[in-house]
Design a binder for this molecule. Structure first.
Ligand code: PYC
Length: 317
């Protein structure tokens, strides 16, 4: 008998999210339907049920850009739902565009309306607001700069300087050099970002799995334009919610953005997130960033897992 999984696809500022809304009582749904912290449920998913990740996110049903999300009961009683994010190569602690996509999906299903709630993730709880104008705001987990002005030597680029920061995922935010960020340049940007990430990880910053480049010429309607390389070597089509959180943490640490002031972060396609922060702990530079964006539902489907299919459990991841 073929297993079936119901999903809803959306995009947030261009970046796709596939939300599993019903696992039909399969092994994954059973394993995630526990009262453990989400970090422990993620470990079970990763260690014993990774074929579901590949089957949902990778080819032939998915593709390298797609971020998957599985809904599950929350651990924190203040949360209305829990979510575990994954991609073509593994798992994400948090995902900003993905969380906005999850919220849009829950609205589509009639499970959320205008107002506030909290959603549990493996790295902490996230505040969510569905705004009157249709936008969605998420108050991310506590974010902070870990290392300032880290310098690495990258073949072909020379000395590269940046900050290591946490925004729900580990980022290296490149300050020098800056780049021409445009669609015709994405393959070059991917290559440069991957080389820098290798050098940063080789230098011992193994928390870094996302790499953020910034534009030499910021568009007039934004404060900054970024290019974010994701762990599976694809680039974020949106301005990246966790990457924008990491950026805000660095701006706050440098005294370049005051609490409550708006930061307009553009991505490579020109789509934008609007962001601000409040202090979590000013003495340690920890902030709670709020990211606002829009997501749109693009499809609703039932994935079918035919045991006769040689590629039933996906490939490429
Ligand atoms: O929006 O945080 C984000 C994100 C991470 C990877 C892709 N998008």
């Amino acid at each position: 008998m073929s297993e079936r999984i119901d999903v809803i696809d959306s995009h947030t500022a261009g970046e796709p999210t596939r939300v599993v809304i019903d696992g039909g009582g399969n092994a994954l749904a059973t394993a995630l339907n526990t009262d453990q912290p989400l970090s422990e449920r993620l470990a079970t998913f990763r260690d014993s049920l990774d074929h579901y990740r590949r089957a949902i996110a990778c080819e032939p049903r998915g593709h390298d850009v797609l971020v998957g999300a599985v809904l599950c009961p929350p651990y924190d009683p203040d949360c209305s739902v829990g979510v575990i994010f994954f991609n073509n190569v593994g798992f994400l602690g948090m995902c900003g565009h993905g969380m906005i996509g999850v919220v849009r999906t829950l609205i589509h299903l009639g499970r959320l309306g205008i107002g506030h709630t909290r959603i549990d993730t493996p790295v902490g709880t996230v505040g969510v607001s569905v705004n009157e104008d249709g936008s969605i705001s998420i108050e991310n987990v506590s974010s902070y700069r870990m290392h300032q002005d880290v310098s690495v030597n990258v073949p072909g680029l020379g000395t590269v300087v940046g900050d290591v920061a946490w925004g729900g995922n580990g980022f290296f935010l490149v300050k020098q050099p800056t780049f021409e960020i445009s669609l015709p340049r994405v393959r070059d940007l991917q290559r440069a970002a991957a080389d820098i990430r290798d050098a940063v990880r080789d230098a011992g910053h193994t928390i870094v799995d996302h790499l953020e480049l910034f534009a030499s010429n910021t568009p007039a309607d934004a404060d900054s334009q970024n290019f974010v390389l994701c762990p599976g070597l694809e680039y974020d089509r949106s301005p990246c919610g966790t990457g924008t959180s990491a950026k805000l943490a660095c701006l706050a640490a440098d005294g370049r953005l005051a609490p409550g002031d708006t930061w307009r972060q553009a991505g490579v396609h020109g789509s934008k997130f609007s962001a601000h922060y409040r202090w979590d702990d000013e003495s340690t530079g920890r902030i709670f960033p709020t990211i606002t964006g829009r997501a749109y539902v693009t499809g609703q489907a039932q994935l079918i897992f035919d045991p006769e299919d040689p590629f039933c459990w996906g490939f490429g991841g």
